[in-house]
Write a protein that binds this ligand. Sequence first.
Ligand code: ZN
Length: 156
Amino acid sequence: MPIQELKKYSSQVKTGQNFSAFDAGSLEDLFQYELQHPRLNRTVKGKLFLREILDLTSMQVSLNRLPAGAAVPFIHKHKQNEELYIFIKGNGQMQVDGETFDIKEGTVVRIAPDGGRVWRNNSSEDLYYIVIQGKDGSLSQDTFDDGIPLETPPSW
Ligand code: ZN
């Protein structure tokens, strides 16, 4: 089931042979994005999934803005994906398997698939964060093992 109107954004995606780029706008404008949540059966504002827009093949990523005082209304876990929550701005709380801790700009939280998670913005300012999910245990090499320096200089 499509969870957001992708055609709406396709004209804004710049693509090359080996890249796709999308300008989602400023984070303050994230409320312009809304999606129909398949389980809540209601429209969620301020959440933009990027996998289909960018043709991501190994991860799902979302940009998020949670209004002041708002709470995610359900606890969820995953079948096979671990998640990384990167909090960019604001304050709130996260709860994983019943354990509550504070989150704020600069907090990064990794949650294993089986962790029951929920979070809230119990502050007076909006909370901004990025969520990345990928298949748990799937990364076999990274960074200096995977990167290949090229001899070609930048063309600018
Ligand atoms: Zn999740």
